[in-house]
Design a protein around this ligand. Structure first.
Ligand code: FES
Length: 504
């Protein structure tokens, strides 16, 4: 299969690498923030502005994780959400959801202005469009729901896209930006006067409460009165967030388009085969068109390159644009459609989490920073109750029952995969589960013929990993941990690598 675009996020490719130090000795601060994506960077900034000393600790590099692989739409209209929220939570909570997401967009705009950050921030209209009768019904239900909540939405019959549309809901004055430019600029304002940024520092666990000890893989600790965990899914299992959400991957391709032909605003379709569309200015004066979609549960599909191929084909056929970039991302879907923002458990007063952003993490990251910084500062926040992380989890919804059953089924059933395959049966460019001397092995043979073998047992809670062809990674279908072909952690909640298993 031939894919055209370069396999790297445009947001990463168009920014310089960051190079903050690794934590090499113990430090003490007021607040430690674990995970330097948009939620972590912004939380650290808001706390520092309020006079706290902070340590921002990142296992990889600033903004190199999920926040560096998004479409970066900052939106309160999140495809279709308000009709569902009213049905599931009632009108008042749905109204607060809209209000809080719009407040987050405004807070981001204020921060960008106050810090004078050049990050291609633009106010844009945001459309959710239908291409068939079923989709149109859903769009009209969404308009009615959003209007009941006082949101400034309206119906339009056509949109600025070269495809037939049966109707769309539009929300004005939403936003888009270059997320990594923003995160790098904010991170650069943090070090000094008792605050720090550490990269390539993987946190293993957090001990104690007020003060908390943040323990890292290479030994040194950060002692802090409060700790905020913003690692997409919390790396600490005790809050059971892995059982209150499920992991979903999605894919993005981008290609250069003439500025006058680029769609003006932000768009997303409805239904399983939705496409998410926006453009972004490039630093050389051009325009890049981005198309996302093809979402699926992590570990459910090893032929992920076909998903890129379908998006590349869509880019070429719909817009006449040749692919220049492709990348993928991952997020955790909350079963009750609300993120979890607050204490790790009811017993924790100083350890906080933010997770379950359900593919719309830009506004919710800023919102998390607002709620958590207020909480740590002792300021009442109007949305804290809505997103309370210790609220009863909806373990009895159809989706959550199905997901948790699937986890149990995979935990058992995947152990039989590769039972009769040996490492020798793995061809060049192939990743496969095999059995060697009674052990379940995840084996990948690279194009030069070298075999890379690691344990197939995920170090998080023991599920069996699955091969991801497009990313050359081992992905865990249970809670979304991902590993390189050599076992290194690419994505939590796992904090330890897949065990090395030489098959000589
Ligand atoms: Fe939980 Fe693998 S991510 S078992």
């Amino acid at each position: 299969m031939t894919l055209t675009g370069r396999h790297i996020s445009y947001w990463i490719d168009s920014t310089l690498p960051s190079s903050y130090p690794t934590l090499s000795q113990d430090v003490t601060v007021d607040v430690a923030v674990v995970g330097a994506g948009l939620a972590g960077v912004t939380t650290a900034k808001l706390l520092q502005q309020a006079g706290k000393t902070v340590a921002l600790i990142e296992a990889d590099r600033i903004g190199a994780g999920v926040s560096g692989h998004t479409t970066a739409k900052v939106a309160a209209l999140q495809q279709l959400i308000y009709a569902d929220l009213i049905e599931q939570h009632g009108e008042e909570k749905a109204r607060l959801f809209g209000e809080s997401n719009r407040a987050a967009i405004a807070r981001l705009a204020d921060l960008i202005t106050a810090e004078n950050i050049d990050c291609d921030f633009e106010r844009k209209a945001n459309y959710t469009f239908a291409t068939d009768t079923d989709g149109l019904t859903k769009v009209k239900d969404e308009i009615e729901a959003a209007q009941r909540l006082g949101l400034p939405v309206s119906f339009v019959e056509s949109v600025d896209l070269p495809l037939p549309v049966s109707g769309a809901i539009v929300m004005p004055d939403e936003a888009q930006f270059h997320p990594r430019k923003f995160m790098l600029a904010i991170a650069a304002t943090l070090p000094g006067n008792g605050s720090h940024v550490f990269e390539q520092t993987r946190v293993q666990t957090v001990d104690g409460e007020g003060p908390c000890r943040v323990i890292t893989h290479n030994g040194p600790t950060v002692t802090a009165q409060d700790v905020v965990i913003t690692t997409n899914l919390p790396i600490l299992d005790i809050g059971l967030y892995f059982a209150k959400t499920y992991p979903k991957r999605s894919y993005i391709v981008g290609g250069r388009i003439a500025p006058e032909q680029a769609p003006k605003d932000m768009y997303i379709g409805v239904g399983e085969n939705y496409r998410s569309i926006r453009s972004t200015p490039t630093d050389d004066g051009g325009t890049l068109l981005l198309v996302g979609g093809e979402g699926h549960k992590v570990g459910d599909d090893s032929a992920t390159d076909e998903r890129f191929q379908r998006l590349e084909s869509y880019l070429q056929k719909t817009f006449g644009v040749e692919p220049a970039y492709r990348w993928s991302t991952q997020d955790y879907i909350s079963f009750d459609k609300l993120p979890y923002i607050g204490p790790l458990t009811p017993a924790h007063d100083h350890t906080y989490v933010a997770t379950g952003f359900s593919l719309w993490g830009m506004a919710k990251s800023i919102l998390s920073a607002m709620v958590l910084s207020d909480r740590i500062l002792g300021i009442a926040n109007p949305w804290a109750d809505l997103y309370e992380s210790t609220r009863p989890a909806p373990f009895v919804t159809a989706t959550s029952i199905q997901q948790n059953l699937e986890v149990g089924t995979r935990w058992v059933g995947d152990r039989f995969k590769g039972l009769f395959d040996s490492p020798d049966s793995v061809g060049p460019g192939e990743g496969k589960l095999v059995t060697h001397k009674g052990s379940k092995i995840a084996a990948y043979r690279d194009d030069s013929g070298q075999l890379h073998t690691v344990s197939a047992v995920c170090p998080h809670l023991g599920c069996i990993v699955a091969w991801n062809q497009a990313e050359n990674s081992w992905d865990c279908p249970c809670h979304g941990s991902r590993f390189s072909c050599n076992g290194d952690v690419l994505h939590g909640p796992a904090v330890k690598p897949l065990e090395s298993k030489p098959c000589d």
